[in-house]
Design a protein around this ligand. Structure first.
Ligand SMILES: CC(C)(COP(=O)(O)OP(=O)(O)OC[C@H]1O[C@@H](n2cnc3c(N)ncnc32)[C@H](O)[C@@H]1OP(=O)(O)O)[C@@H](O)C(=O)NCCC(=O)NCCS
Length: 228
């Protein structure tokens, strides 16, 4: 798979949604993207003046013909919502793949996906739109990762796993080969999810036990877990 950012950008203006820690990390790890500006609904100014300006809120910004976007909102559900809202207004998203990441040519990535340094995607897998693979995260062969998922540093999703939308696989966690993980589920840090994980539940420990299945996962819980 080619990772040619120049081809995706071709003189366009890259705007990143989310002026938080993940936004700062994108500036540091993807200098070649030449991020032009940020959008954020809560922050209007960086404490570090060296970063590209915050020019408005994603809630009110209307995409210009030359704009392309990436979303650096850490909360998976919020990222998916804010990104899809921008797409509904005509906004186009690129993918950011670090040059040290390895992605098999038979695998595919949805729009807006972000692949950080040393992450690996094995053959014939799919990473859903607006998903995020953190440092050294791994996806086995023939796996399907839904939209808005986050694999934190060193997390591994085994081959043939199927993850729904907005799943968080925490640092050093492992999803056993072939399991299904429902949307909005969370696998705790250093945990081994041996069996299927229901939607909106947390699986923690080795082997993981399922805790707090809730009808609606509070956004705050996921924010704490991903801390980006
Ligand atoms: C799973 C997680 C979200 C749970 O957070 P929480 O809801 O605040 O849970 P609590 O801290 O209240 O813990 C509840 C119980 O689960 C246990 N527990 C929590 N996380 C655990 C984990 N990863 N593995 C094993 N047990 C865990 C706690 O020890 C506690 O046990 P107890 O009831 O016997 O005392 C959190 O522990 C976690 O793993 N977050 C991921 C962090 C991460 O990867 N960050 C990366 C930043 S780059």
């Amino acid at each position: 798979m080619t990772t040619n950012h120049t081809m995706q950008l071709e003189g366009r203006r890259l705007i990143v949604i989310g002026a938080g820690d993940l936004g700062r990390e994108l500036c540091a790890w993807f200098p070649e993207l030449g991020i032009s500006a940020f959008l954020d609904s809560r922050v209007t100014q960086w404490s570090d003046p060296g970063l590209p300006p915050i020019i408005g809120s994603p809630d009110t910004y209307w995409p210009q013909p030359n704009d392309v976007f990436l979303c650096a909102v850490g909360n998976p559900a919020a990222r998916l919502v804010v990104s899809r809202n921008m797409e509904a207004r005509g906004g186009k998203f690129i993918s950011a793949i670090h040059h040290t990441a390895l992605i098999a040519s038979s695998s595919s990535l949805g729009a807006g996906s972000i692949v950080m340094p040393y992450a690996i995607i094995d053959i014939n897998s799919h990473l859903g739109d607006h998903s995020l693979l953190y440092f050294r995260a791994g996806v086995g062969h023939d796996a399907i990762i839904g939209g808005g998922c986050v694999l934190l540093s060193n997390a591994v999703v085994g081959s043939r796993c199927v993850l729904g939308d907005c799943v968080v696989v925490s640092t050093l966690a492992f999803c056993n080969t072939g399991i299904a993980v429902g949307s909005f589920a969370l696998i705790g840090a250093n945990s081994f999810a041996a069996r299927d994980v229901p939607s909106r539940s947390s699986a923690i420990g080795v082997p993981a036990r399922i805790v707090n299945v809730c009808s609606e996962r509070p956004a705050a819980a996921i924010s704490v877990a991903v801390a980006v």
